[in-house]
Design a protein around this ligand. Sequence first.
Ligand code: 164
Ligand code: MG
Length: 369
Amino acid sequence: MPMKQIKLRRLRMMLNNPFTTSFGTLQEKEFFITEISDDEGRRGFGESVAFTSPWYSEETVTTNYHIMKDFLINLLKENDITHPDDVLEVFKPIKRNHMAKAALEGAVWDLYAKQNNIPLAEALGGTKKEIDVGISIGIKPSVEDLIETISRHVHEGYKRIKVKIKPGWDYDVLREVRKHFPDTPIMADANSAYTLEDLEQLKKLDELDLMMIEQPLAHDDIADHAKLQAEMRTPICLDESIHSLEDTRKAIELGSCKIINIKIGRVGGLTEAKRIHDLCRQHGVDVWCGGMLEAGVGRAHNIALTTLPQFVLPGDTAGSSLYWKKDIIKPEVTVVNGVITVPDKPGIGYDIDDEALESFTVDEEVFQL
Ligand SMILES: O=C(O)CCC(=O)C1=CC=C[C@@H](O)[C@@H]1C(=O)O
Ligand SMILES: [Mg+2]
């Protein structure tokens, strides 16, 4: 694959609404937009998803920069890439740092699709023309506030509502939510806030007919989740503890979950995401695409991945305007009645709004390949 140069841009964007999880509140997002160009002037784009502090995983915006600049870009320089799937292999000597790897691999995939004049979704083997999406709601100051927010999004047509929970903000809150929305698909995300000592409290959630409970136990656990799943009727979905195809295989073998949330950044890129998808398909494990409060480029990658057939549950890729006053792609991602129409232009399918991109850039650096 012809590749000429890489540009790393550090961006800073304000979220429209603060996002609160069991770890704290996020108001601003800092991340990298990676751009790989070829001699013909084609440009492939990727987006890093780590946060500024390591609360979700060990990676941060700064570790992403260090790993890309000091290791991964050199590996791209030194190795021939004939297909984007090669990138996973080329990056193998570097342990973990999946979000840094995915940020560069995503740009290679977009460039490849553009060089072949096909949509990224098609390059990945996806077939859906439309995808169903849900929305993730952060922890709110009061139950009334939460009910009001859910009500707004249910009326907008989002296909499922994800509510963040933590000890002290779980069963009673969800019971109220269920009372107000008896027929809405509702799920809970605990971001690893519980242990097996909370078994009785977690089992109470079985009454509420939730679609699933996401990552109730430790961020690095697969074994205890298997014990919990054996005790609960509600499907468990793993997020934080699935980093690879191998993790997925073990989780399936142990019965740690019935559903997997695939995040491209968390698993090291689109190639690994696709492999995890394929294994889940073989085993009848449902998957959906998670979100990391992405700007337009990351959002476009999520949409392309979601066109694969085993993404049978609505993902977290909501419309751009819920997150940003202005996004960095044109047009922005729009959701109508909980559905996104997959773009059919080559690559990620959305144009980059260069003016917006420039306006959010705080730093940039160019590397020749
Ligand atoms: O809207 C989105 O992009 C999804 C938001 C969301 O639920 C999450 C974003 C980032 C970290 C987590 O708190 C979380 C998740 O765990 O899925
Ligand atoms: Mg989660």
